[in-house]
Design a protein around this ligand. Structure first.
Ligand code: RIB
Ligand code: CA
Length: 316
């Protein structure tokens, strides 16, 4: 039976690749996509998501989410207008009539099986869901696979990854909620990079999700690939948001460490930092803290691309 999934996105290029994988896979049923501010302002992430779903010709509901963080002032990655490289210039669909967290709650109530949440943006919508519907989340959420954070380092600041930097308080709510989480942070993203020759594998796959993936990755490597040149010896980009989706399909290709994850919210330079306590029980002052988060550290890159190629070729 297919895994039921709800995405929470700040679409955004790599969010669109993640949605395309879910839409393409026969093993994933996408119940909906909610949108959050983050890499871009909400008005852009919502528009990009609606355009993407229309391009993919799928009847998947999209919900409008948070425009600002839980408590602090708005920060967005870029004010620039960013469109997806897809052959559509206007969405015809409208968002559903519920805010994101209420839409997710509604889907959880309606579902007769557990639902996996895949948050790929600042965690504002997910924190609201946990604050307002904690029992429902405990009862109906079967997995929380997040792109964000890292084992203690950053991209948006020296210490914080963008999704957690943009709303540290929301990330703190989610990681103190007390449910198991899988964290695809910067550590594993650095290992799952895509080069120009990797991208070519997807060029001739004649399905719409594959075209989305190819166009976004091709443009990404061409425009931003030099950022990773020193690390991998050729232009490449990180796959960020696609990682939790591939984890949902094939967890066995990943390596991870169990950790108790804390989010820093009150120290200026380190706000949004994810501190991963991996100390064994009884080691120094570690006590016996529950290590509820699997922090992904590595992935088999060859298998990763084999899986994506298969999924995209099978898409309808
Ligand atoms: O730091 C990477 C994250 O920031 C990804 O989710 C990307 O889409 C942006 O939101
Ligand atoms: Ca994202």
């Amino acid at each position: 039976m297919a895994i039921k999934v709800i995405y929470d996105c700040d679409t955004g290029g790599d969010d669109a690749t993640a949605i395309s994988i879910g839409v393409a896979s026969k093993d994933i049923e996408v119940l909906g996509v909610t949108t959050n501010f983050g890499n871009l302002a909400l008005r852009q992430t919502l528009r990009n998501t609606l355009e993407l779903i229309d391009y993919l010709e799928k009847d998947i509901p999209v919900a409008k989410g948070s425009e600002v963080p839980l408590v602090r002032d708005l920060w967005v990655g870029s004010e620039a207008e960013r469109r997806l490289p897809i052959d559509i210039d206007k969405a015809h669909s409208e968002p559903v009539d519920l805010p994101a967290w209420e839409f997710i709650a509604d889907q959880l109530r309606k579902s007769d099986t557990k639902v996996t949440l895949i948050p790929l943006a600042p965690l504002t919508n997910i924190a609201k869901l946990m604050i307002f519907e904690p029992d429902l989340v405990r009862e109906k959420v079967g997995g929380i696979f997040i792109m964000g954070g890292s084992k203690g380092w950053g991209n948006e600041s020296p210490s914080a990854e963008l999704n957690f930097y943009a709303d540290p308080e929301a990330a703190r709510v989610v990681f103190s909620f007390g449910m198991p989480i899988v964290l695809a942070g910067l550590d594993v993203c650095e290992k799952a990079y895509i080069t120009a020759s990797d991208v070519e594998r997807f060029k001739d796959i004649d399905t719409k999700p594959a075209k989305v993936f190819y166009n976004i990755c091709e443009r990404g490597v061409r425009e931003y690939g030099s950022h990773m040149q020193n690390l991998v010896g050729e232009p490449a980009i990180q796959m960020y948001d696609s990682l939790p989706v591939v984890y949902a399909l094939h967890p066995e290709i990943f390596e991870y460490v169990d950790a108790k994850v804390y989010i820093e919210t009150d120290s200026g330079l380190c706000d949004g930092m994810s501190i991963c306590d991996t100390r064994p029980a009884g080691f120094h002052n570690s006590g016996d803290i529950p290590k509820l988060t699997k922090v992904l550290l590595n992935v088999d890159r060859e298998k990763y691309f084999d899986i994506l190629e298969k999924v995209f070729k099978e898409a309808e």
